[in-house]
Design a protein around this ligand. Structure first.
Ligand SMILES: [Zn+2]
Length: 291
């Protein structure tokens, strides 16, 4: 099987150090195995999209020498494919409408199945939940090792279409990974918990499952993950060599000192040639301030 990897940012702001870290890891992991690397823009949540963010992400990836191998895939241009799957779920009685408010579920870490047997007025606002079964989902993550989740007990019936009609992340990812023939998913540890849900959806849809590799997330001095929600700074495009060297260090690739004074292209080539993810084994977070 040929290797096809991907990076799938949402255009809710510019890339920050943490997102570029994940992009670089997935790129190097693909290229070290002569794979293809695709760019998918996760722009389904139109309420959160920020004007200009997609272009800013594209510009940043290019400045950092991370080039994709196929036309960019925009999720918003593929709405029919998600709705076809939703229709299939409903026809096969695999999903059901839920009218619960966020407030009414605030104290419930796992959805308790309130609407499973309720008759919901089709005109009233409702989300759609997939029926999970009491099965164990096991997977071997290349970095994080073996994981086993009990689907109903740990995740419950989860949302595949939101009340505001937006396709949920879990479903969109599964449909797109299948459409784009993704063989390897390399992404941050914070998404490890989504993996059992995605494996379950792949199973009921009859899709093959990609290999998973969850790399640590970057955290700040306070131990908080760098993210748009915590106002992580946009990466600078002024001195990409310096940032790239830092990222290779944070990926524990041990770049030689003389690489610091070379070009972005050379650094990327060095990164591909020397890529070895094993020093990241079992690491969930890396403090970006330690270097
Ligand atoms: Zn409900």
């Amino acid at each position: 099987m040929s290797y096809i990897g991907r990076f799938a940012p949402s255009p809710t702001g510019p890339l920050h150090l943490g997102s570029l870290y994940a992009a670089l890891a997935s790129f190097l992991h693909a290229k070290a195995q002569q794979g293809k690397w695709l760019l998918r823009i996760d722009d389904l949540d139109t309420f959160r999209n920020v004007a200009g963010a997609t272009q800013s992400i594209i510009d940043s990836l290019q400045v950092y020498g991370l080039y994709w191998d196929a036309p960019i895939f925009y999720q918003n241009q593929h709405l029919t494919s998600y709705h076809t799957v939703i229709k299939q779920f409903l026809e096969q009685n695999l999903a059901y409408p839920c009218s619960c408010s966020r407030k009414s579920l605030a104290k419930q870490p796992i959805y308790p199945g309130y609407c499973l047997k309720k008759q919901i007025d089709a005109d009233a606002a409702h989300s759609l939940r997939i029926k999970t079964s009491d099965i164990k989902i096991c997977f071997e993550d290349e970095i994080q090792g073996q994981h086993q989740h009990s689907l109903s007990a740990q995740h419950g019936d989860f949302i595949v279409k939101r009340k505001d009609n937006i396709i949920a992340y879990q479903l969109a990812v599964v449909v797109d990974d299948f459409r784009q023939n993704i063989s390897h998913v390399v992404r941050g540890f914070d998404l490890l918990d989504s993996t059992p849900k995605q494996l379950f959806l792949q199973k009921i849809l009859g899709y093959p499952s990609p290999a998973y590799c969850h790399i640590p997330v970057l955290i700040d001095q306070q131990g908080i993950k760098l993210s748009k929600q915590t106002f992580a700074q946009a990466i600078s495009l002024d001195n990409p060599e310096q940032t790239l060297y830092l990222l290779l260090t944070l990926l524990k690739q041990n770049p030689p000192a003389n690489l610091k004074t070379t070009s972005v292209e050379n650094m990327i080539q060095w990164g591909i040639k020397n890529w070895h993810p094993s020093p990241l084994k079992k690491l969930r977070a890396i403090n970006q301030g330690i270097y």
